[in-house]
Design a protein around this ligand. Sequence first.
Ligand code: ATP
Length: 965
Amino acid sequence: MENQNKNDIRNYKRWFAMSNQEIFDKLKTNPETGLSSELAKKKLLDEGENKLAEAKREPGWLIFLKTLADPLAIIMLIAGFLSIILPIILIGRIEHEQIPGIIVIFGVVLINSIIATTQESKAQKSLTALKSLAEPKAVVLRDGVQSEISVEQIVRGDMVFLDTGKFIPADIRIVESPKLRVDESALTGESLPVDKHADKLADSEMMLGDQKNMGFMSTYITDGRAVGVVVATGEYSAMGKIAKSISETKTKRTPLQKKLTQLAIWISTIALVMGIGIFLLSYLTGGEKNNVELIAAIIFSISAGIALIPESIMIIVTISLSVSAKKMASRNVIVKTFNAIETLGTVNVICSDKTGTLTQNKMTIEKLFLDKNIVELKNFKYDPKEQEQWHFVNGLVLCSDAISIGNARLGDPTEIALTDWGHTLNINELELRDTYKRIDEIPFDSERKLMTTVNQVDDKQVAYVKGALDNLLKICKKIYLNGKVVPLTETIKTEISQNVEPLLQDALRVLGLAYKIIETGQEFAQDNYEKDLIFLGGVAMMDPPRKEAKFAVARANDSGIRVIMITGDHKITAMAIAKKIGIASPKYNEALTGLEIDALNDEEFKEKLKTVNVFARVNPEHKTRIVETLQSQNKIVAMTGDGVNDAPSLTKADIGIAMGITGTDVAKESAKAILTDDNFATIISGVREGRNVYEKIKRAIAFLLGANFSQMLVILFILSFWAIVGHTGKIIALGDINVLWHIVSVETILAIPYGLAHSKEQVMMYEPRSPHESVFKWIFVEIISITFFNTIFAIIAFCIAYYGYKDKIESPDQLMAITSSAAYIVIIFAPIFYVWIVQIRNNTVKIAKEKSEKATLNEWMLGAMIIAFLLNIITIFIPGLNDFFNVPNTLEETIVTILLISVGLSVLPFVFIFIETLIFKAIYQKIHKDDLKIAKFNFAKKQKIDKIKRFKRKMNIKIEKMKEE
Ligand code: ATP
């Protein structure tokens, strides 16, 4: 086999022992220009895509079998088999009239399982598709240009560029690596990151862990950056040889799904008890007591029992979750599991990064800080001849990695601001970096909040250190002040802190620059760079808040969610932004720094958390402490993150949310959801979806249980009625076919559209629910009122038929059939009308808060109502067909009148539930007058913003069209 061939270059193991040039020659690549796209294309065809063998998706038949193993399906199947076996045992045959009932039982199981199977495989497919949206990309050099490509397109010989937080996309031989450290735990089990370098190693047998100049697929960079040449891809990589397939996407059951299975089992138990009651009533009070009657009673009570079980509830959950996952993706939230949707719906604290999430991450330099004073940009006269000034301006550009190609900018926005400022002073960063070559560097990290480069400036080696002003001043010994370098005393430091404050109050981020010349003979070592520096000055840059952030924070607060800002930025800057967007408020008016957090014990920190919404100058470890403390107070915490070091807090949070644009691969891997636009406001739309799923499911439960319970009660009523009035013959309530048709009509046709219903804004008006909350909370009254009104009007229809027509209809059996039909019509028609009202009746009737939100019918629901209505009309009024549904021939005028009266009556449960809703609304409005004002205000504002957005979008389309023309 090719794979086994040791001479095959793809199996070559000793890349570590080759020189860079030997590798380039062997792989026919050029380190300056990379592969040509043509060769890369050819290689891709020859070698295949760079991916591990994919796990096979669960086949449809297996999903189908699994749906049959669902407890509810099992109960239905047992019921179905009992309906076959019992008659055979007791009377040696199955009666003709029982066959349709049996067919319907199995038919219902089959239809349910087919729908569940298609929904389940759709759900699996959409999760896989969503995951692929979040898959990492890699920067490679092809045709002399760096570009980002899908990891799967990488081939041997590609030059790849990697930095902190990136997954290594294939096996690479490192050819350049300043201070590179890689976490190889996924491959070697080594838990600590290992140092890597670019030097050739001895040509001997070597374990993967010892190959320090190699980077392996699926491991990731914890520090530094690297350039490497790809030597093995896909299944030929070290990881590919160990793991034959990537983990399979499984749609695990969410807590809600598990809760609902329990609920359904619980209801099945009630169904069993009620079924026995029905059996006793129908058999013992009936006429003859023989085996044929016994069987009829058993089969009827089995049908009635299973009619109570809400079989379709699981399908509704699956539909709701996958519809929501898709909707979320279109709104820039990618969820990796359905669980994440549910958790988002319960979140009551969101801890958000500031830069880029709450702010635009578009930085521009506004002011300078020189000679201990604030200097307006326009007043700065750059004189390159002045040595320290030259170092200040050029040092800021040299100590950055951002580049500009035409109008495009690449790199960290903080550094882009620096290179852009350089342009205004005629400094081209690429030329500058080419002239004053970088010899060494210590990359920026959010713990030190500093970055250092050592550049060859003429005959000197100069260390430039830029970073957070407070941290930088700590490692400076001197300062360039009024044209002279003087010692940096504590008094000057205090003056600087005081004088810089107005910049921070203006929400500006101040970045300082210091430098030192590494004298000959001085130790040329990284430990030596960041000390005894000369402070040159600072730049103050503005990163404006995102326009939508303020509104999104207000919406979060309205819906009972607290927003906490966590940032590496200065406390005063952070507080200034927090005030602008409403995160700091009279209740939460304090900010804490990382150092201040460290000084507090757990109890003190808990206490502080009651008033602090802003955490500044924090390190990633503080994030974990914040999450843990909030969780100890029973909060459900969402935490955003982007860096490698954010991984622990992202994992620890109830829902970790990674940034899609600025986030590292590691952060994305640790998170349960990814924001493709890095925008805080997007989290809030995710929460809205999460809450809506739960809401839809609750509506469906209320509807189903109400409809099913009322049917059961009506059957019990009819049986008791005839027993009480002393009917001597065979008592029939509804036929088993009617009861089973109720399942098809109500559960399958009417309830499933709940899962497809539109999401509603109102859900953002409530406090977040507890994840332990019972699914019955807030819908108990609804279930009771549906059951009540439905039962009452079915009984009224029955009574009208009985008392109004008992003298006109001679045969008692015919009277029994007509009265039962009257009640049946209400049972089957009423849900068609109130399905809509149940859908709009919101949690605790808080819909009242939102007058402006119209209760719109979703098109699926409308379609379902029309179909159910037509089908029921046909089954009741078409002679011949109605026989099958035990409805008497409708050609007789008396009967038609009775049936029409019943159809009319079936609208009344809807009317009464509607009136009840209005009454609840009025009461609610009275109690929550003040809250409503605020909620309405915010809602109206949102509508205005939406309107403007829609208008802008329309205008843009028009402009585009005009341009094309
Ligand atoms: P967030 O709000 O998401 O935490 P942040 O940018 O405020 O983002 P960090 O990236 O940890 O947080 O930055 C912390 C501080 O480090 C900044 O306030 C700034 O002073 C400094 N800093 C940021 N980027 C750089 C950089 N590229 N080089 C040097 N210093 C930087």
